[in-house]
Design a protein around this ligand. Structure first.
Ligand code: SF4
Ligand code: SF4
Length: 328
């Protein structure tokens, strides 16, 4: 169903619309620190969960930090799994914030970790280091959230966001709190600005919660979400919808152009989705064999082609989709 060779339909769509997808200057280092998580969400493209053992080691973090410090990449984006569950989370954040040229640090937070025993330190630590939070909140009503992410997740998330608000998140300009919406099935997200206005009104009125921005992200038809769609008989209709909704205007803003995605083992990918599809770089910007980030020559990386598959239609459908929300 999902083809990932050079002649895939996505590449044909690019060609037919006269678009080239190539690497631009790298602006974000995104590390997927591993698959360990306290939840098992239906839409998870990482297949993360409490029993997963794959997490980044201290040695791998050291090698990445040494390389990162030498670059001018301004942003570190941490994703997972649940990043706070890795043993070196605090060290990673503190080191990057203490570089001679400190970098912006973003944390893709699963808010329920805040009320798990042993993780009480998370809110204060993130605030102290001015880590920007991007938190999943697929709806402002409980039923949709619990259905997608598990029973009780809505109430636990609300409690966590109220705690973050009390520390200044979403209120103090230095403490950014952004929410992520993703659809509860095989359909595209609605228009981002309108939904953000609805979220802001409902979250304030019912829970006195403030936040900065809402990112609308389309679900990727891979991993756990693809299995879910298949079980429901919705995989082919969803793929058809994504293809029919191809919008060439989104191509210039795709996140794979300026984001370097790195696995818990230090390997480089064009994006987190390609990582989960086991599609390493399709170019020669590293040494002949290695794809480790510490071997990457950023100058050689510029203008390199990006490896695509038919799952890429999820990024170019409608208004487009990326880790930072809609693209147009
Ligand atoms: S979507 Fe996020 S919170 Fe949910 S299982 Fe995956 S990594 Fe964990
Ligand atoms: S899945 Fe999206 S971000 Fe990844 S390579 Fe394809 S278009 Fe780029």
């Amino acid at each position: 169903m999902i083809v990932s060779d050079a002649r895939n339909d996505f590449n044909l769509a690019l060609e037919e619309s006269g678009k080239l997808l190539r690497r631009a200057k790298s602006e974000i280092l995104q590390i997927n620190v591993g698959k360990l998580c306290n939840l098992t969400c239906v839409h998870c493209h990482v297949n993360a969960g409490p029993k997963r053992k794959e997490i980044i080691t201290g040695e791998t973090i050291d090698r990445i930090l040494e390389w990162f410090d030498q670059t001018d990449i301004p942003i570190l984006d941490m994703t997972g799994g649940t990043p706070e569950m890795i043993p070196d989370f605090k060290r990673l954040v503190k080191t990057v914030r203490a570089f001679d040229e400190p970098r912006r640090v973003m944390d893709r937070l699963n808010a329920t970790i805040i009320n798990e025993p042993g993780y009480e330190w998370v809110p204060e630590f993130l605030a102290e280091h001015e880590v920007e939070i991007i938190a999943s909140m697929p709806c402002y009503a409980p039923d949709n959230v619990n259905e997608q992410r598990g029973d009780g997740v809505f109430d636990r998330s609300i409690e966590a966001f109220q705690q973050l608000n009390e520390l200044g998140y979403g209120r103090d300009p230095k403490l950014i709190l952004n929410f992520v919406y993703n659809p509860n099935g095989g359909f595209l997200p609605p228009e981002q600005a309108g939904l953000e206005a609805d979220y802001k009104r409902e979250m304030k009125e019912h829970f006195d919660i403030d936040f900065n921005a809402l990112y609308c992200i389309a679900n990727m038809p891979i991993s756990r979400f693809a299995s879910y769609l298949k079980r429901e008989g919705e995989l082919q209709p969803y793929m058809d919808l994504l293809r029919q909704s191809y919008n060439p205007e989104t191509v210039g803003s795709l996140m794979c152009r300026d984001t370097i995605n790195v696995s818990w083992e230090g390997e480089i990918y064009d994006c987190d989705f390609n990582q989960m599809m086991k599609m390493p770089l399709g170019n020669s910007a590293t040494g002949a064999k290695s794809t480790k980030v510490w071997d990457l020559d950023l100058d050689a990386f510029l203008n390199q082609p990006i490896r695509t598959g038919n799952h890429c239609f999820a990024c170019t459908a409608g208004s487009g989709s990326s880790c930072g929300g809609s693209l147009s």
